[in-house]
Design a protein around this ligand. Structure first.
Ligand code: GLN
Ligand code: ZN
Length: 786
């Protein structure tokens, strides 16, 4: 079932046959029915034991292995499962546990690293210590995906030691179930490259200390019978400096020398020729190449591969469209013909797509016939394998069905709307600009809004409590009437407004209680989007999202948010922000059609939002926030393509927002750090106010804004909403002081670093009260100084 040595290709009827295998790089770990989420949350709340959680987790792994083996897959992964995140698993495995999380490498410590912990919450820690206020590990998006990893924290004195050999445990577990797997590890270079370090310490300098731990894992795997290991180095999708090249060279040479196991080095998300050349020169037995991101490189791979076993990522692991199998075979056959053996695989782990299309009960048949989720992608692999090893005739009926489905999609009336195309063609350059420059706008806005220095606000959502979710569920099921649901939401909104007034926030939000999700809510109201019932994809930890399917031309039949915005504003004299999700984010968090350039789809969405902005304005809303949470993650990994992306991404934001009058204050919110490379583009968006996440990286990213002299106003998040920990007033005041070293007081806003929907009121209330107090304290300091 797996490859030992290379053997010459058999000759069949005079034609050389290539030995074809299929592999998967990773399967979704959340469970078909989101079992992992429910088990985690129940464990965290103290309702279920560690043992119960681990039993659920083992059940998911067993089902995944069985399903993959039964699909006919030759190479099934293990250690692709994680209770929270695979980068956190790696940090934990190598003992990179920062001191503040305690000494014991137990599950409680693991979750503390993921989620942080407030004083007094330490009751569940196995070592029984009160770990005090503990900030979670920093979190960032896994390359250009919407999946979040936890970043290891490393320092010059970090020592590594094997704490838990999870790869071995899971390999043995699968073996006991009769499945011989290929364990997956995050590569040492990717691991170190992503680490958070103090000042300018380069974590790659820890490589020589880290490699022995990896070696130990590889040796134990080999001893247990593993013949191959998959080592993921997605850094290969990025530009590599000398230090990283050296690290790759050092790491893989040492594995080749001592590890006694064959390494399938895996690169994905983007493919660069220069990095491929480097990777093919490393002494690894095989290389996986994502040919979906760069189809043009496919014909060159046999020659580049030399003596290495090639794993071709040919099925898109990031999108949900059926593969055009006939077209793919046209391209694959000449490549396979040059190889004795080859592996066919998805481009990357299937972590990024929903599990099974068959779980969808309400998607219409037409749309369903265009789609493939994880399970269907594995079936596509088997079809390709048969077509390549037995000839296309062997699967003629399947190939014909595939071709028919694709042709039907292309011709479907549902995806083309001539009015949308006409409107796009009529867009003029002036539509991308506000009436006046920022300085003039800000004067007009200040006069109208009359806000204090360091205005306080929040990012939009308030806790989506069990009660709120329950009401939505009941309404969806028809158990709660429209009127009753509406009354419930109105009461929630009013309560939120009253409470914000009470604690003294300056710019209020309506709380987003009516929204299931910041993308879904808009998608459901626009033409061109479809929704799944069970298409969950992990975003971080136990947080999963159901990305909509953007399949056709996008338009807005009627206003989407105006009624709620107007209602909330009618309750108070303070400004209430109108809240929209931006065009890039509406694209980025959806599965987007692959038959139009993303840029064109994005402009369609921007035009729909532009109408919404104008309608909000007409309804008396004075501040409109257009969230571009996913702006940064949409960046192509290849720097040479980044400029083009930023061009259209910025243009789309401007197209959506620039219809607003000067007096209307446009805000934008962006999640996640690493703004340094795009600070220019952020300024180009020309939002009057931006709020950004900074707290987990302790304002480090503000440096970018200081160096660049960011012209407009900005609210660097003063506390981390991704963690249940409630920050102290002093801590937030310190962060504000740090911000004031780099920004003018007139520029600075005070806000959390993201929406509060995942938090409870018990955390939200004290946190925001303290935040307002911190702002007041700073205002007083400033007035003394003046
Ligand atoms: N307005 C949204 C909210 O508060 C923004 C969330 C986000 O950027 N992820 O929930
Ligand atoms: Zn955010």
């Amino acid at each position: 079932m797996h490859i030992g040595i290379r053997f010459p290709a058999p000759i069949l009827n005079g034609v050389k046959m290539t030995h074809i295998q299929t592999a998967n790089l990773g399967f979704p770990r959340i469970g078909e029915k989101r079992e992992l989420k429910f088990a985690l949350e129940s464990h965290w709340s103290g309702k279920t034991s560690e043992a119960e959680l681990l039993t659920t987790a083992a059940g998911i792994r067993a089902r995944n292995w069985k399903r993959q083996a039964q699909s006919g897959l030759d190479i099934v992964p293990s250690n692709d499962f994680s209770l929270y995140d695979h980068l956190l698993d790696t940090a934990f495995m190598v003992g990179a546990i920062p001191k503040r999380f305690g000494e014991t490498a137990d599950l409680a410590t693991y979750f503390r690293m993921a989620r942080g912990q407030a004083r007094g919450q330490a009751g569940r820690s196995a070592c029984g210590h009160d770990h005090g206020d503990t900030t979670a590990l920093d979190m960032t998006k896994w390359f250009n995906t919407n999946y979040h990893v936890l970043l290891p924290e490393l320092a010059p004195d970090t020592d590594f030691a094997l704490t838990t050999n999870k790869p071995l445990a899971e390999f043995m577990e699968a073996k006991a179930q009769g499945v011989h797997t290929r364990p997956v590890l995050v590569g040492p270079v990717t691991f170190l490259s992503l680490a958070r370090t103090d000042s300018h310490f380069d974590a790659l300098s820890l490589l020589s200390k880290l490699l022995p731990v990896y070696m130990q894992v590889l040796k134990t795997l080999a001893a247990a019978g593993a013949d191959w290991v998959q080592i993921d180095e997605p850094v290969l999708a990025q530009e590599l400096d000398g230090q990283k090249r050296w690290a790759l060279d050092t790491a893989y040479k040492s594995f080749a020398r001592d590890a006694d196991i064959k390494v399938m080095l895996t690169s994905y998300f983007d493919t660069r020729l220069a990095n491929l050349r480097l990777a093919f020169d490393l002494p690894v037995a095989g290389l996986h190449v994502d040919t979906v991101s760069r189809p043009d490189l496919l014909p060159r791979l046999p020659e580049l591969a030399k003596d290495k076993l090639l794993s071709l990522g040919v099925i898109d692991g990031r999108n949900i469209w059926k593969t055009d199998l006939n077209a793919l075979l046209d391209r694959l056959e000449p490549v396979a013909a040059q190889l004795d053996q080859v592996i066919l695989a998805p481009s990357c782990s299937l972590l990024h797509v929903p599990i099974d299309l068959n779980a969808e009960t309400q998607l219409d048949a037409e749309l369903t016939s265009w789609l493939a989720f994880a399970a269907q992608k594995l079936d596509e692999l088997q079809l390709l394998k048969r077509a390549l090893s037995e000839g296309r005739d062997a699967v003629a009926a399947d190939l014909k069905a595939n071709a028919e489905a694709l042709a039907a999609r292309k011709a479907s009336k549902r995806i083309h709307n001539p009015a949308v195309a006409a409107r796009l063609a009529a867009v003029t350059p002036a539509m991308y600009d506000r009436q006046s420059p920022f300085t003039e706008r800000s004067r007009k806005q200040a006069r109208r809004l009359n806000l204090p220095l360091l205005p306080t606000t929040t990012i939009g959502s308030f806790p989506q409590t069990a009660e709120v979710r329950q009401a939505r569920l009941k309404h969806n099921r028809g158990e709660l009437s429209d009127a009753a649901y509406d009354a419930f939401l109105k009461a929630e909104t009013e309560r939120a407004i009253r409470w914000q007034e009470e604690i003294g926030l300056d710019v209020l939000v309506h709380g987003e209680f009516e929204r299931n999700d910041m993308v879904q809510y808009f998608g459901e109201q626009m033409d061109g989007y479809a929704f799944t019932q069970a298409g969950w994809v992990q975003s971080y930890g136990s947080r999963y999202v159901r990305p909509p399917i953007l399949y056709g031309d996008v338009s807005r039949p009627k206003p989407m948010t105006v009624a709620w915005a107007a209602y909330a504003q009618s309750l108070t004299d303070k400004p209430v922000k109108g809240m929209l999700t931006g065009p890039v984010t509406l694209l980025q968090w959806a599965f987007v059609r692959d038959d139009l350039p993303r840029e064109t789809v994005c402009r369609q969405v921007a035009l729909a939002l532009r109408d919404e902005v104008l309608d909000l304005e007409a309804a008396g809303v004075t501040i409109i926030q257009i969230d571009e949470a996913a702006f940064r993650e949409g960046m192509p990994l290849d720097a040479s393509e980044a400029a083009a992306y930023l061009d259209w991404a910025v243009a789309c934001f401007r197209l959506a927002s620039a219809g607003a009058a000067d007096e209307t204050q446009i805000h934008s919110h962006m999640c996640y750090s690493d703004f340094n490379a795009i600070i220019d583009a952020i300024a180009q968006m020309d939002a009057d106010v931006i709020s950004i996440e900074t707290s987990r990286s302790q304002m480090a990213l503000l440096e970018a804004f200081a160096d660049f002299n960011y012209p407009n106003q900005i609210g660097p998040g003063v506390y981390d909403i991704h963690s249940p920990r409630v920050p102290s007033e002093a801590e937030m005041a310190d962060l504000l002081r740090a911000a004031l070293k780099r920004l003018k007081p007139q520029q600075l806003w005070v806000n959390p670093d993201c929406g509060l929907k995942t938090r409870g009121w018990d955390e939200t209330r004290p946190a925001l009260e303290r935040m307002v107090a911190a702002a007041q304290r700073l205002r007083a300091d400033l007035s003394v100084e003046a």
